[in-house]
Write a protein that binds this ligand. Structure first.
Ligand code: FAD
Ligand code: 2HG
Ligand code: ZN
Length: 470
């Protein structure tokens, strides 16, 4: 594209490719369910370059897909219509931690884990912790309003953002909020940009709020009598005012598969229907005795059949590996179709019972895997076909499976809706779930979203077709 070449002459550090494996690799995310079609990949090095690229694309009516660490699970960073992919990985300036303000300035392309490492040296951290932390970027975390493993204590990404620098399609570069803690001057566009999945502007940098590191956690893995027991167990912990840092569930099928793929030793002699992994902040009140007493209550109530309290940080890490390697283990075995659902906690048990009952009819020939952030009412529903390979199987066979999963989405999401849940708890809508948006959002809300989109991007060139069609 001539105008991109002109930009390179103006900015000699701009990297552009229009061919080779990068054209595919950078046009997709973790989902790998869509055929990619990008016309170019562009790697700017500064925020000014990002703004200039957007302005030029706007002028030439060329669509742009913002792309970060490409760990997204909603196909938000996927190019399928010949778009220019704008990858932000070179915007990786990592500022110094400012302990007196408990904040840090970061470029959009900084990897999540790098922020954690820098904070740790000052006894601080950014509370958005997720299993993809070694690859996902801060820009992607903000664009998706990422959740993760610590939401039960700290909430989503948006709660830990002081300011966002954003480039718009018209080439303007804005700082949304700056260094202010208090700023009630009308609509807070910072929060509009967070979670907008790259459809309103391109995040180029951010000032993140940091939290004091909690006391080292006490980690427990509990073998449950059944899946609903997880919800009741979390309720008991909360009633006892345990300072929970995480409450994660995974089904027996998840653990069995992780043990098979990762070659880990089993944590219990006898398998149980599901497992609850809990991190409790190791405050002065959380003694061995109080943990044991909590466990006894769970045994007495018939919720738990076995349990282990990690006695070392190494053992705690191993218990966490059972949970954190589920996604990659399933992905190594075949094609996985994912749903990411949120339910009000009191509805979770009945919802899961209905899902388990109906799954064989909805997903013939496939296996159902349930795991997620049960303390937040967020369950990940993964459906695996071991006999299909994401790249090697015949396209017709892959398509037939994906079509079946999409057909099942209607009754599944109707069930979610009947329980006042959400069809996308933390991964977003992207391309993958956009046809189902009305199961979670009122048509009037979607109309308002379209109006907002037009205000920021009148030509519909920034990540078009993601979340909704205009
Ligand atoms: P990408 O995948 O590159 O992009 C995601 C979206 O953001 C796209 O719509 C893209 O267009 C947009 N985007 C990216 N960068 C920018 C930018 N600078 N400006 C504007 N828009 C941009 N998610 C959770 O919420 N919780 C979890 O616990 C969790 N665990 C995961 C575990 C694994 C193993 C994997 C593979 C994924 C997991 N995810 C989780 C999903 C994913 O890691 C998050 O959505 C993450 O925030 C995406 O960041 P990314 O940099 O990879 O973004
Ligand atoms: C997690 O919680 C992620 O591990 C990934 O959100 C979920 O793979 C999934 O479905
Ligand atoms: Zn998750």
């Amino acid at each position: 594209m001539k105008f991109l070449e002109n930009l390179r002459q103006k900015y000699p550090t701009l990297r552009i490719t229009t061919e080779g494996p990068d054209l595919v690799e950078y046009a997709r995310d973790w989902t790998r369910l869509h055929e990619t079609k990008a016309s170019a990949i562009v790697w700017p090095e500064t925020a000014e370059q990002v703004a200039a690229i957007l302005a030029a694309c706007n002028e030439h009516d060329v669509a742009v897909v913002p792309s970060g660490g490409r760990t997204g699970l909603a196909a938000g960073a996927v190019a399928t219509r010949g778009e220019v992919v704008l990858n932000l990985e070179r915007l990786r300036t990592l500022g110094e931690c400012r302990p007196e303000l408990q904040s840090i300035r970061v470029g959009a392309g900084v990897v999540n884990e790098a922020v954690q490492e820098r904070g740790r040296a000052h006894g601080l951290f950014w509370p958005v912790e997720l299993a993809s932390k070694g690859s996902c970027h801060i820009g992607g975390n903000l664009a998706t309003n990422a959740g993760g493993l610590r939401v039960i204590r700290y909430g989503h990404a948006r709660q830990w953002v002081q300011s966002v620098q954003v480039a718009l399609m018209d080439g303007s570069l804005l700082e949304l909020n700056g260094e202010l803690e208090k700023n009630n001057t009308g609509y807070d566009f910072r929060h509009l940009l967070i979670g907008s999945e790259g459809t309103l502007g391109v995040i180029t940098a951010a000032t993140l709020k940091l939290a004091p590191l909690p006391k080292p956690a006490r980690t427990l893995l509990l073998a449950l009598r059944d899946i609903p027991s997880a919800v009741r167990a979390v309720g008991i912990f909360r009633r006892r005012a345990w300072p929970l840092l995480a409450a994660e569930i995974f089904s027996e099928a998840c653990l069995r598969t992780v043990l098979e793929v990762q070659k880990f030793a089993a944590p219990f002699e006898t398998p149980a229907p599901a497992y609850l992994l809990v991190d409790v902040e190791g405050t002065a009140d959380v003694s061995d005795e109080s943990l044991q007493a909590g466990l006894e209550t769970l045994f007495n109530e018939g919720l738990v059949v076995d349990g282990v309290i990690a006695s070392s940080s190494e053992q705690a890490k191993q218990l966490w590996r059972f949970r954190e390697t589920i996604t990659e283990s399933l992905g190594s075995l075949g094609i996985v179709y994912k749903n990411d659902l949120a339910l009000p906690l009191p509805e979770m048990a009945d919802f899961l019972a209905q899902l388990v009952e109906r799954a064989p009819a909805w997903y013939p020939g496939a296996e159902l895997y349930l795991f997620g952030h049960v303390g937040d009412g967020n369950i990940h529903v993964n459906v695996l076909r071991r006999d299909l390979h994401p790249a090697k199987s015949a396209p017709e066979a892959r398509k037939a499976f994906l079509d079946a999963c999409e057909r099942a989405n209607d009754p599944l999401f109707a069930l979610v809706q009947s329980k006042r849940g959400s069809i996308a708890a933390e991964h977003g809508i992207g391309l993958l779930k956009k046809t189902y948006l009305t199961y979670s959002r009122h048509p009037r809300e979607i109309e308002a979203m379209r109006a907002v989109k037009r205000a920021f991007d009148p030509k519909n060139l920034l990540n078009p077709g993601k979340i909704f069609d205009l």
